[in-house]
Design a protein around this ligand. Structure first.
Ligand SMILES: Nc1nc2c(ncn2[C@@H]2O[C@H](COP(=O)(O)OP(=O)(O)OP(=O)(O)O)[C@@H](O)[C@H]2O)c(=O)[nH]1
Ligand SMILES: [Mg+2]
Ligand SMILES: [Zn+2]
Length: 374
């Protein structure tokens, strides 16, 4: 591919602020407008990342969907996985050759960022999506419904200060009685969480869900493979735009049909990000998310005798006492400890790795200095 320098300046498109209406359709607002003023030059435009692949991106200004790469200068400033753009990001770009390609120069400050522990690597964040207003956690009621996993999602989403909404899909596959039983089990959660039962086959609950959707807000679909995320998106689009596949018969698991995270605008005015099914939901550095998800546990912990109480073996632990007296749900308590312990473990490994990287950086600097002296 040719480099920036070889481009004729005349090819560079003028500032896309002329196209503000197009950007607003993708969720652009005054807040991002103020952010963008820090960067804007004549030939810089604003666009949203609508697709994130391994080595490139697709960005959109509301009128053109264009493949994009990172500028060399941008690449040079990256130190961590969270510095890369992700789907949903607002970016400062230059369009070239009649919108046939774009170069990304900056990411505008994110309003929110959804991330988890990278399942492939030891300790690194994997970005799921940025600038999300609401996260739809989808669980299929016939085979995928699991309260502990739901709490894990809440922790991740609350950490990012995003509003979670639970979608219980495939209600056509269970009986009335089973639905009532599920309804009883979700009483374990605070009333502030919204649960929407739906079926994409019978359309049960679809109208109610549509009424929840706000214009120009961004929603992210999350959940295991095969629960019906893409099917719901197609339903909301009113057409079969994205691929879906049957789940495996023996265990109802999906086949990881959606392979990239992509952003789509609905006629209804909302913006939806579909994501590939997630197997692992590890996280670290999740103080706020944990406290908000398990707020009843946190409120009892203020009365523990020791300030650094781990709520496991200490004398005078108010949390354990509340569990024994039935004031805290035992399953929630167990899940809280498990997620907290796991997060602390990853956090320690993460800090260790950062320290190692720093030491290595210093070594390299000293080595370069010594070479120069010679
Ligand atoms: N019975 C029933 N089947 C459904 C429903 N929604 C989706 N399905 C089926 O479930 C299967 C998986 O649906 P997808 O939409 O591909 O699932 P997904 O969550 O996008 O999966 P990944 O892309 O792999 O993460 C397909 O065969 C759908 O037809 C539903 O409400 N009821
Ligand atoms: Mg899918
Ligand atoms: Zn305690």
């Amino acid at each position: 591919m040719s480099t920036l320098k070889e481009k004729n300046p005349k090819d560079i498109k003028k500032n896309s602020k002329e196209n503000k209406a197009g950007l607003e359709k993708l969720g652009y607002d005054d807040w991002f407008e103020t952010e963008s003023n820090k960067y804007i030059k004549d030939d810089f435009s604003i666009a949203r990342v609508v697709e994130a692949n391994k080595n490139n991106y697709k960005v959109s200004d509301g009128s053109h969907d264009v493949f994009a790469e990172l500028s060399g200068k941008f690449l040079f400033t990256i130190v961590d996985s969270i510095d890369y753009p992700t789907v949903g990001d607002w970016v400062v770009v230059q369009f070239f050759d009649d919108y046939s390609m774009a170069i990304i120069h900056h990411i505008l400050t994110r309003k929110s960022l959804l991330k988890r522990k990278d399942p492939g690597k030891a300790v690194e964040f994997q970005l799921i999506a940025a600038n999300i207003d609401y996260a739809f956690i989808m669980q299929a009621v016939d085979s995928n419904f699991n309260l502990n996993r739901l709490e894990r999602y809440f922790v991740m989403i609350n950490e990012s200060k995003i509003q979670p909404i639970v979608i219980l899909s495939k209600t056509d596959l269970v009986s009335e009685d089973e639905l009532i039983e599920i309804n009883d089990r979700i009483k374990r959660f605070d009333d502030k969480y919204l649960f929407l039962p739906i079926s994409s086959i019978t359309d049960d609950g679809i109208e109610t869900l549509k009424k929840e959707l706000e214009s120009n807000k961004t929603y992210c679909l999350l959940g295991s493979s095969g629960v019906g995320k893409t099917t719901l998106l197609n339903k909301l689009l009113g057409e079969h735009r994205f691929d879906i596949k049957e789940v495996r018969e023996k265990d109802s698991k999906g086949k990881h049909t959606t392979v990239r995270r992509q952003l789509t605008r609905l006629e209804l005015g909302s913006i939806i990000i579909d994501t590939p099914g997630m197997r692992e939901l590890g996280n670290f550095a999740i103080d706020n998310g944990l406290n908000e998800t398990f707020d009843e546990i946190v409120s009892f912990s203020c009365q523990c005798r020791f300030k650094d109480c781990t709520h496991t073996h200490e004398e005078g632990c108010a949390v354990k006492e509340a569990v024994e007296n039935g004031l805290i749900d035992e399953d929630r308590y167990d899940n809280f400890l498990k997620i907290q312990k796991e997060s602390e473990y990853y956090q320690m490994s993460y800090l260790e790795k950062q320290n190692k990287d720093k030491t290595f950086g210093k070594m390299l600097k000293n080595y370069k200095k010594s070479i120069r002296k010679k």
